[in-house]
Design a protein around this ligand. Structure first.
Ligand code: ADP
Length: 422
């Protein structure tokens, strides 16, 4: 599955070159998948909002890229960007930001005025949201006559009026008492579960972590670690059968190179309902097992131990250790495959450079690409030596590399020689 949101080497610096220069995001890399509920969690000032506003396009990065649905926002013209955001992102803020002179109803449908939606459609949409989120009794009130909770419910309804794929919420319950906070957070959860909208919720409150599929723990402008919430299980809406989950593991290789994240993956597969603390302990133990630090028998003992482990009963500990061991075998296979892929890419590049070093003709981009592709096929033995030579010789217009016969033959022989040495 492709990420919906991707940050690549993202850096944001405020007050650059001044005495109070602050690096609020330091080379951040992350991927968020469709339908995920993500929390950016950490103390005040650690850079949560900076990341959120960068994703929202309200903050321009100093370095790095923001990709939404694979599109680099920096490549969009400002008009396209506005239209794109209207359809893609809904925002909710701690301070609500409702217009004071408009009723709840009018605040909710305001964004539709900008998109020139016909009146009847606007009204129907506002009515639907007002009913869905229990706003009916105060829908004609202006913000000064609403409670904080009512204002935030209105603001959430407004954020949904354009049916955005993503809802970004910056400390949306920071000003609310716990009862109203829960109502608002249940709304966000409902939006995530029912319509599979992707949610990013920024908070410093550990009370709320259970809402998310994954929590990005932040410190000093960096993502320190990512935890997955077993209580919410796997991401709704994402195909996570075992096969594709493993494939995804390979896809998000930058993270999963770390055995800790692989340990998370294993636990995710085998655990139903553990809280974060128990999960943390379990992850440490599974990671140790994966790094060959302990044997399966020791793993069972530690699962069972209530002082240095989570204190599961013996039968459960045994079953869990069996599952972990079986999945570790599969993970190792994926890791090996991945290594092979990387090895193959390297080999292609080395051979290609070797061949081209002594070639004075020069290749255009298409020819070079086709040569790489053919080398890949040849190295993985899906293409015979004869077919390889033919493909190199075949004209460009017929889809080949377009080398003359002698060069094609020379390249083929040299490739075969290198492969024999491999
Ligand atoms: P959080 O959301 O975790 O509280 P922020 O992303 O708001 O953190 O802030 C990260 C750091 O960047 C803080 O040190 C903050 O003071 C600084 N910062 C945020 N916005 C600005 C700004 N507009 N100008 C200067 N510094 C800022």
């Amino acid at each position: 599955m492709k990420p919906l949101i991707e940050l690549k080497n993202l850096t944001v610096v405020y007050d650059k070159g001044q005495i109070n220069e602050t690096v609020s995001a330091k080379n951040v890399n992350l991927q968020i998948f469709p339908g995920e509920y993500i929390i950016f969690f950490g103390p005040s000032g650690c850079g949560k909002s900076t990341l959120l506003y960068t994703i929202a396009g309200l903050q321009i990065p100093d370095k790095g890229e923001v990709l939404i649905n694979g599109e680099n926002l920096a490549n969009k013209k400002s008009k396209e960007l506005i239209a794109f955001y209207r359809k893609t992102i809904g925002m909710v803020f701690q301070a609500y930001y409702l217009l004071p002179h408009l009723s709840a109803h009018d605040n909710i449908l305001l964004p539709l005025l900008f998109s020139r939606t016909p009146v009847a459609e606007r009204e129907a949409k506002a009515k639907e949201l007002i009913e869905r989120f229990g706003i009916t009794s105060y829908s004609d009130r202006k913000p000064t006559r609403m409670s904080g909770g009512q204002q935030q419910r209105t603001a959430i309804a407004r954020s949904l009026v354009n049916d955005p794929l993503i809802v970004l919420a910056d400390e949306p319950v920071g000003n609310l008492d716990s009862k109203n906070a829960r109502i608002v957070l249940e709304m966000l959860l409902d939006i995530n579960i029912k319509e599979k909208r992707t949610i990013i919720y920024v908070t410093h409150n550990p009370r709320d972590l259970h809402y998310a599929h994954r929590v990005f723990h932040m410190k000093d402008g960096e993502i320190e670690r990512v935890t997955r919430n077993a209580e919410r299980g796997r991401t709704e809406g994402s195909a996570e059968a075992k096969g594709s989950e493993l494939a995804r593991l390979a896809e998000i290789f930058p993270y999963l190179a770390e055995t800790r994240l692989q340990a998370k993956f294993i636990l995710n597969r085998v655990m139903g309902s553990y809280d974060f603390k128990a999960m943390d302990l379990l992850e440490q133990l599974v990671e140790k097992y994966m790094q060959n630090g302990i044997s399966k028998v020791e793993l069972i003992k530690l699962f069972h131990n209530s002082v240095s482990g989570p204190g599961l009963n013996l039968e459960h500990s045994e079953r869990l250790a069996e599952n972990v061991a079986a999945l570790n075998v599969e993970i190792t296979k994926v890791r090996e495959n991945r290594k092979e892929d990387i090895h193959r890419e390297e080999t292609v590049s080395i051979i290609k450079h070797h061949l081209l070093d002594s070639y004075v003709g020069g290749l255009n981009i298409d020819q070079a690409k086709r040569l790489s592709k053919a080398l890949e096929e040849r190295i993985s033995l899906r293409m015979s030596s004869v077919d390889f030579a033919e493909f190199l010789d075949k004209s460009i217009s017929k889809g080949g590399v377009g080398l003359n016969k002698r060069t094609a033959q020379k390249f083929t022989e040299e490739t075969d020689l290198i492969l024999m040495e491999e």
